[in-house]
Ligand binder design. Structure first.
Ligand SMILES: Nc1ncnc2c1ncn2[C@@H]1O[C@H](COP(=O)(O)OP(=O)(O)O)[C@@H](O)[C@H]1O
Ligand SMILES: [Mg+2]
Length: 233
């Protein structure tokens, strides 16, 4: 589904050059929830940005379904952002003035879906994440966990095969964080979505099908014991 081959990325030049990704090789299968851990500043968000078509790598390849990119500029991968990946952020990124339904419908409309179609797809997505009774609430009227579920509805409403979640539980209490991970697991197992999730919480990371550790510019398989070790660094 997703395959990353020898992906490299650095920032700056000359003596200020910083090599962040030094040859990332990883796969995510369809229907798989993979957690990505690693020390602060190791390049997790940089990796997600390249996978999501927001940033170009220096070399290497990303293949996602029929898309081939990795070193293409953001303007060359509009289709990846439109139909390849959905994003979930720590701080939800919802439009404060729009209710849950319009938050989801709005982003579909931006990608060219008609208003009536967007509304019906948004309703389906909100029902899927358990917010059928909250569709007309604005973000302020929702708990953090509910706001994150609106963001998840928005990410899945476009039928994108891969969800990239950058510290999705960072602003949530323990219980809401667990519920978000359970929802991801459900979406992977029953809707065939794939989720790549960055988290600092070893307990949440270990709920995934598989854990990856990004360290010194490369990824490696990780287990729960080393995950607790990362947290202590
Ligand atoms: N646009 C940029 N310009 C220069 N340096 C950057 C840029 N983006 C990220 N970095 C640097 O790359 C490293 C990795 O950052 P990041 O991917 O945000 O790490 P993480 O998400 O793992 O905490 C950090 O040292 C950061 O300062
Ligand atoms: Mg980050």
């Amino acid at each position: 589904m997703l395959r990353v081959t020898d992906l490299k990325k650095g920032f700056g030049s000359g003596s200020r050059r910083l090599e962040v990704l030094k040859g990332i090789n990883m796969d995510v299968e369809a229907g798989e929830l993979v957690s990505l851990m690693g020390p602060s500043g190791c390049g997790k968000s940089t990796l997600l940005s390249i996978l999501g078509g927001l940033l170009e790598g220096d070399s290497g390849e990303v293949s996602l379904g029929s898309f081939r990119y990795g070193t293409k500029t953001p303007s060359q991968v509009v289709d990846v952002r439109r139909s390849g990946v959905g994003w979930i952020f720590q701080d939800f990124h919802l439009v404060e003035r729009l209710d849950a339904l319009d938050n989801v419908a709005f982003s579909l409309e931006l990608s060219g879906v008609s208003s009536s179609e967007a509304e019906s797809r948004a309703m389906d997505a909100l029902m899927r994440v358990g917010l059928a009774d909250r569709m007309n609430f604005i973000p302020d009227q929702l708990s953090g966990g509910q706001q994150q579920r609106v963001a998840i509805a928005r990410a899945i409403a476009g039928s994108r095969p891969l969800i990239l979640a950058d510290e999705p539980t960072g602003n949530l209490d323990v219980k809401s964080g667990e519920e978000v991970i359970k929802l991801f697991k459900d979406l992977c197992a029953n809707d065939g979505l794939s989720v790549l999730m960055v988290t600092h919480d070893p307990m949440l990371a270990s709920m995934a099908d598989r854990m990856l550790l990004l360290k010194d510019g490369v990824t490696a398989a990780s287990d729960i014991r080393s995950a607790w070790g990362i947290e202590e660094e």
